[in-house]
Design a protein around this ligand. Sequence first.
Ligand code: SAM
Length: 252
Amino acid sequence: MRKARKDTGLFVAEGASLILTARDNGFVPETLVAHKDTAASGVTKDLVDWVLSADKECLEVSQAVLEKLASKDNPQSVLAVFRQRFADPPPIATIEKNATWLALEEVRDPGNLGTIIRTVDAVGADGIILIGNCCDPYQHECVRATMGSIFAVPLVRMTRENFLAWRADWPGDVVGTHLDGREDFRHTNYKTPVLLIMGSEGPGLSDSLTRTATRLVTIPMAGQLDSLNLAVATALTLYQIRGEHLKLSGGQ
Ligand SMILES: C[S@@+](CC[C@H](N)C(=O)[O-])C[C@H]1O[C@@H](n2cnc3c(N)ncnc32)[C@H](O)[C@@H]1O
């Protein structure tokens, strides 16, 4: 629950796959909760051994207890409680030439945010700045939508004022995505490092963030619609910006 997440600084991740990704990224749960019938075998036993060796708590519970704790939509036989992590704003002097950071202004939909975190991971971007009053990235719907990338992508929180001050020394392009942009996002020569700013689902990019962009790009649309979904617009733009760094493993 939101209040419990806020008061404790903890959050829940469900399912062995997510917990294994957490382990790969250096997270250790405060508590592991496993169904009593699976705790002694297979991957769940691996997880139990790992958590016990880190001196953390493991609870073997009945089906009834697990059903109370787990989400209703896709119940898993193991879940874990982790400490939330927010990173400090990266000092501008440490930003590498090929870096890409994404800034989201007041993102409201946890499903969108989770999808975006997953996409940032997929394109090898450096992290996400959550500007202003964003939804909680550690709520269940968002964590689930990240498919584990919540453990791999640095998340930074900033007020709009702090973001504008921090961004002042950004050495490359600050790219705003806007329905009234002058540039087609496919024909833009992005000057690296790139700081990409996306607006909120409702009002879009605020005036102050629009003004802070060094260029405003638009994704052309053919139909009668007003705009693309935020997560889709973010994915398209990130793939355009990061394209040259992404290769199939076969080298094509
Ligand atoms: C759902 S849209 C917000 C629409 C809002 N009514 C507006 O006027 O901007 C959320 C964000 O996705 C991005 N976006 C969506 N469609 C876009 C497009 N066709 N071109 C550029 N950015 C777009 C922008 O960053 C926008 O602020």
